[in-house]
Design a protein around this ligand. Structure first.
Ligand code: HDE
Length: 696
């Protein structure tokens, strides 16, 4: 602030001018966007201290003008996202199948940027709705960017790209009323789903607990569409891509997800940021399922149909690499918001299949970037720029050109642009991208292939492969969603479809909704088949039980025993998790010692934010907390959400008031013994569920 304005600031009642530092050199000097030094960033230019403001004030006008245009259109789908930088490392060569260097050079690390997202909600919506999660990875390979733009569910709602706008319109907030936000539990979505039986398999996944993940660090990822790998001999192999979280796959309970949305709308974004910030880098295995054309032809479904998966029991996922996310974005907008994924970004050696959903995606993403980022030069933004290799061609100019191409030759071939001995850049028949010459010779038609007709067998496979608690959650999710539907005929249509999946499921949903009878069964285009169950489709039991990467909330108050608190903290850390000490006030006097700072204030840190809880209270402490609804809910919710609860003996009255009944997951902490508590904290208490919740 300069002298005059500081004086004016003081004269007219102060604007904090005396708190503002002055620049000391050109290095720390505030400037306009054009580099003109700014003398006063607190006051606009006025005719006299009390105005009016002057149009001449270019500092003010530039600042407001830029601010007015700070937002770009959010993504029409996947608007809400969180991203991080990291690397891919190949652990096993796929040279027999592909020439892509990223899949053949074992040990090479390739920089990448990953963006996770929800699908339906806007950019400012909450992190924990029931929804599909996007799992998009941009790998900056030596042969150009490879964008593997997948989801956390291996199948999709529709088979043909032409249905995508209808699907998305139906799930987004309803056209006339502008709600609900980030929710599928409404008429238009289920209207579309009921009339689109091909979506039934995906609905099974979307109604399962997979759609309410505990953490973005604990989701699987899938390329969904079938791709091809092409080797040096030009031989193609069909491939499905998989990401597997090292921390295992974990979900929340529905009631928990709803409460997290209120307690911390940024729950997943914060969790990812904090983990990476704290050096706890999330990691995924990268795997492939490989099939020859002949093997694909033998499958009882079409490999080009994105509503189908290939059971891992038939074609195991071969782990060939890993992804580590080890750096948060420096700037959310510049990176996470402006990152532009294109399924068309594939290096030589990876190619597309004829999957009609994928084919539609191949032009859509390029197109959407133009309306979102506003320029054909969006690839020049730092986050989108190919980093593993030079980018050279004769494309020029355009809105927001950020390069300054030198030379006269902006055409090819030419003799004027010299790169070493060559007048380049030039095409390369040996290393350039070559499309796999899949034979095409057919009549032009608008039809759905007969091989896409079976809409229910894999939905049945999914439902029947789940464990009992998972089936109950799935059925209950359907009840919840359909209870929000206001038209009987829509509900009936959906349940009529479900009868093709599993009669007991349809019955449970009808009972859960209180329908007098199960609606009429929908005629299936192809009779559903029973397939061998696939345990790989479960969450429960699929990965080893662990506390790694999780958080344990330890509720304390003045007078709590510090030795017990320390013992739990140490045991939690030893198990790879984070302890968070929660108390009614930010400072607490354990054992009546000196006040220590805790991690979270009780009202703002409900137990939904933790994977297990411990309650360590003195006799006096518990008496106070018995009058605090937040403390009672803390315990009640943890019990209802099937979490392990460790407690000191004096804390027992709080558990009683919260309605906690003894079971294997409710453990009295005696002395420094924490083993039983830590063991139970590694898993949800599924056996408890029938005692705390009525499920369909
Ligand atoms: Fe997308 N999708 N999609 N999608 N999709 C977009 O592209 C589209 C589909 C997926 O973090 C958009 O840049 C069509 C399947 C992810 O930035 C848009 C069809 C799968 C993301 C678009 C599909 C996906 C998108 C919106 C049917 C799983 C977020 C903004 C033919 C394999 C990427 C954008 C990010 C984003 C179109 C279907 C995954 C509009 C037309 C199937 C993870 O171009």
């Amino acid at each position: 602030m300069n002298k005059i304005s500081a004086e004016i600031g003081k004269t007219i009642g102060g604007n904090g001018g005396e708190l503002h530092q002055q620049a000391t050199s050109t290095e720390d000097r505030l400037t306009t966007n054009h580099g003109v030094p700014v003398s006063d960033n607190q006051n606009s230019l006025k005719a006299g201290p009390r105005g009016p403001s002057l149009l001449e004030d270019f500092v003010l006008r530039e600042k407001i003008h830029h601010f007015d245009h700070e937002r770009i259109p959010e993504r029409i789908v996947h608007a809400r996202g969180s991203g991080a930088h990291g690397y891919f490392e190949l652990t096993k060569s796929l040279a027999d199948y592909t020439t892509a260097k990223i899949l053949t050079e074992v040990g090479e690390k390739t920089e990448l940027f990953t963006r996770f997202s929800t699908v339906a909600g806007g950019a400012g919506s909450v992190d924990t709705p029931r929804d599909v999660r996007g799992f998009a990875v941009k790998m900056y390979t030596k042969e150009g960017n490879w964008d593997l733009v997948g989801n956390h569910i291996p199948v999709f709602f529709i088979q043909d790209a032409i249905k995508f706008p209808d699907l998305i319109h139906s799930v987004k907030m309803e056209a006339d009323r502008g709600y609900p936000q980030a929710a599928s539990a409404h008429d238009t979505f289920w209207d579309f789903i009921g009339l689109t039986p091909e979506s039934t398999h995906m609905i099974m996944w979307a109604m399962s607990d997979r759609a309410i993940p505990r953490s973005l660090r604990m989701i699987e990822g899938f390329g969904v569409n079938t791709f091809r790998l092409v080797n040096a001999d030009g031989v193609a192999t069909f491939v499905k891509f998989h990401w597997r979280p090292k921390l295992g796959l974990q979900s929340t309970c529905w009631d928990e997800a709803v409460k997290i949305a209120g307690a911390d709308p940024d729950f997943h974004r914060r969790d990812l940021f904090d983990a990476i910030d704290g050096g706890d880098f999330p990691e995924w295995e990268f795997g492939v399922q490989l099939l020859t054309e002949d093997e694909a032809a033998e499958l009882p479904f079409d490999i080009l149909d994105a509503t189908k998966l290939i059971p891992e029991e038939l074609y195991p996922v071969q782990i060939v690499g890993r992804m580590v996310l080890d750096r948060n974005a420096t700037n959310f907008f510049a990176e996470t918001e402006q990152v532009a994924f294109l399924p068309t970004n594939v290096p030589p050696g990876i190619d597309f299949s004829e999957d009609p959903l994928l084919q539609g995606r191949l032009f859509s993403y390029q197109d959407t970037q133009l309306s979102r980022l506003g320029s054909v030069n969006f690839h020049q933004l730092p986050i989108n720029r190919a980093k593993g290799c030079p980018v050279m061609n004769m494309q020029r100019d355009g809105h927001m050109q950020m390069e300054v191409p030198a030379g006269r030759a902006n055409y090819e071939p030419n003799t004027l642009a010299k790169i070493g001995e060559v007048s380049g850049p030039r095409e390369s028949l040996t290393t350039g991208f070559k499309t796999f010459p899949a034979p095409v010779s057919e009549t032009k038609v608008r039809v759905r292939a007969e091989t896409f007709a079976d809409h229910y067998s894999q939905a049945r496979l999914f439902f029947r492969s789940q464990t009992a608690p998972e089936q109950a959650h799935l059925a209950s999710a359907l009840v919840f969603e359909l209870s929000k539907v206001t038209f009987d005929h829509i509900r009936e249509q959906v349940i009529g479809n479900l009868r093709n999946v599993d009669e007991t499921l349809a019955q449970r949903v009808a009972d859960g909704l209180g329908l007098a009878q199960v609606p009429e069964k929908t005629a299936a285009a192809a009779e559903p088949q029973d397939m061998d169950l696939s345990p790989a489709l479960r969450i429960v039991g699929k990965y080893p039980e662990t506390l790694e990467g999780r958080t344990v909330g330890i509720l304390v108050a003045d007078g709590s025993d510090s030795a017990t608190v320390d013992a739990i903290k140490n045991a939690v850390i030893a198990a790879g998790a984070k302890p968070k000490v929660i108390a009614p006030k930010l400072n607490v006097k354990l054992d009546e010692g000196d006040p220590t700072l805790i991690d979270g204030q009780l009202a703002g840190s409900p137990s939904v934010m933790f994977d297990a809880i411990a309650v360590v209270l003195s006799d006096a402490g518990v008496k106070t907390l018995l009058k605090d609804g937040a403390a009672i809910d803390y315990v009640k919710d943890a019990f209802g959400h099937l979490k392990a609860i460790g407690f000191s003996s004096d804390a027992k009255p709080l558990l009683d008031k919260a309605g906690v009944e003894p079971d294997a997951g409710v453990i009295e902490l005696t002395g420094k013994e924490t083993t039983a508590f830590i063991e139970q904290a590694k898993t949800r208490q599924w056996d408890r569920e029938p005692n705390v919740r009525l499920l369909a």
